[in-house]
Design a binder for this molecule. Structure first.
Ligand SMILES: [Zn+2]
Length: 289
């Protein structure tokens, strides 16, 4: 390891909400969108590490231009979790930066292979993003140990368990008090709780406690309103949303009631559709318990 460079900096790119072709609209909504997705570049003097690689080819191309503008040598791309909206753009990014190593936890790669099967790609992703997705999906390789070197600074992989899906992680840069949270934290966007049950909601709150225990000055959410402050206050905001959803889910019987009551407490967040999908999934799975 060479001596650590003076310091690290970071920058966040947010791909705006992408329109979806879908018929089942959330109550009161006129169109359907995918939540805005973030990618983060952590830079030293010469080198840089990208965290997450976005979803569509167009988003990945915009991301490449943005990375280019920073004038750094991209050495690694770290993928925080297995949901396709954070790594389907990886192949496009690696075409431009072929020397960068794509890395993820082995458990995350397992999630990618088991959950994002070719069948699921065709039945779920293709109809929603018709013609916008890469044909070939490129998988990351297992990260060795839990550290990625960036000019002598360690970027530490922290396992978070279940957040908005199973086997998630964040990347911690202790030298600058930065946590790139993946979907462990959301910033002014409705949470995706469709994969949750009471236990998994407790797990997600535990994951937020883990992030908080790192005492970050900056917390970058995988889904965020562009330009909103990336501060540690989003840890508690995310916890509060989960607590509200959890409490209301236990006392309502229909997706519509759950949706209405959570929305009344969190009216300003982007993409109520994510709440509608969560409310439907949770009430359906409870009905079959
Ligand atoms: Zn996501």
């Amino acid at each position: 390891m060479s001596p650590a460079s003076a310091s690290l900096s970071w920058d966040v790119h947010v791909a705006p909400s992408e329109p979806l072709s879908a018929s089942d609209l959330a109550p009161g909504e006129k169109a359907r969108f995918w939540s805005p997705i973030s990618a983060t570049l952590i830079s030293g003097e010469r080198d840089a590490v990208l965290v997450d690689a976005l979803l569509t080819v167009g988003q990945a191309q915009n991301l490449i231009e943005w990375i280019d503008a920073h004038g750094k040598n991209l050495t690694a791309v770290y993928i925080t979790h297995g949901h396709g909206d954070h790594w389907f753009g990886l192949g496009t990014v690696l075409e431009r930066f072929p020397k960068a190593r794509a890395l993820a936890l082995p458990t995350v790669i397992e999630q990618m292979r088991v959950r994002e099967t070719p069948e699921f790609f065709e039945s779920f992703w293709m109809p929603r993003f018709d013609g916008k997705l890469p044909r070939e999906r490129v998988f990351p390789e297992p990260v060795e140990g839990h550290t990625i070197d960036l000019e002598g600074h360690g970027l530490v992989v922290v396992e978070l368990g279940h957040t908005d899906t199973d086997q998630t992680s964040c990347l911690h840069a202790p030298a600058v008090g930065l946590v790139v949270a993946g979907d462990g934290a959301y910033n002014d966007v409705h949470l995706y709780l469709a994969e949750s049950d009471p236990q998994r909601r407790r797990d997600w709150i535990g994951a937020l406690d883990t992030i908080e225990s790192l005492h970050p000055h900056t917390v970058i959410a995988g889904h965020q309103r562009a330009g909103r402050h990336d501060g540690p206050e989003i840890i508690e905001e995310t916890r509060q949303y989960i607590r509200d959803f959890d409490r209301i889910a236990e006392t309502t019987n229909t997706a519509q009631d759950l949706y209405n009551q959570v929305l009344a407490l969190h009216p300003g967040r982007i993409n109520p559709d994510a709440l509608w999908i969560s409310a439907q999934a949770v009430t359906t799975s409870r009905a079959s318990r």
